[in-house]
Write a protein that binds this ligand. Structure first.
Ligand SMILES: [Zn+2]
Ligand SMILES: [Zn+2]
Length: 117
């Protein structure tokens, strides 16, 4: 998220946000998650955690939206097709570190699980 553009529609300033945001750390434990890391997991809103936090702390439920996680795709470092590579669309330097409240997480996991079943 850029937050630079106040328009509600997609304008040119918001365009950079159209590319998946590659966040540099786990939101919970702040471990490094470089673009090539196979341990990076994202929810549909790009909330980014390491695989061990997703398993051990979050139990597969995003603390911010209640959704699930998928492995974050690795952006190519080679310009195979035009500008669609890491050199042109680098990882963000925005270190979003918001450790999860474990008690609240247990509660949301319960709510989400009972709604899914
Ligand atoms: Zn983590
Ligand atoms: Zn989420």
């Amino acid at each position: 998220m850029l937050g630079a553009c106040s328009h509600t529609h997609r304008c040119s300033l918001a365009r950079a946000a159209d590319v998946l945001e590659l966040r540099p750390i786990c939101e919970h434990c702040a471990t490094d998650l470089p673009p090539e890391s196979p341990a990076a997991m994202i929810c549909s809103f790009e909330c980014t955690f390491c695989a061990s936090c997703v398993d051990d702390v979050l139990h597969g439920v995003c603390p911010n939206c209640g959704g699930n996680f998928s492995p974050r795709p690795i952006r190519p470092t080679t310009a195979w097709r035009g500008d669609n590579f890491l050199g042109r669309h680098p990882a963000t330097t925005d270190r979003r570190h918001r450790p999860v409240d474990v008690t609240a997480q247990v509660a949301i996991v319960d709510r989400v699980r009972s709604a899914r079943s």
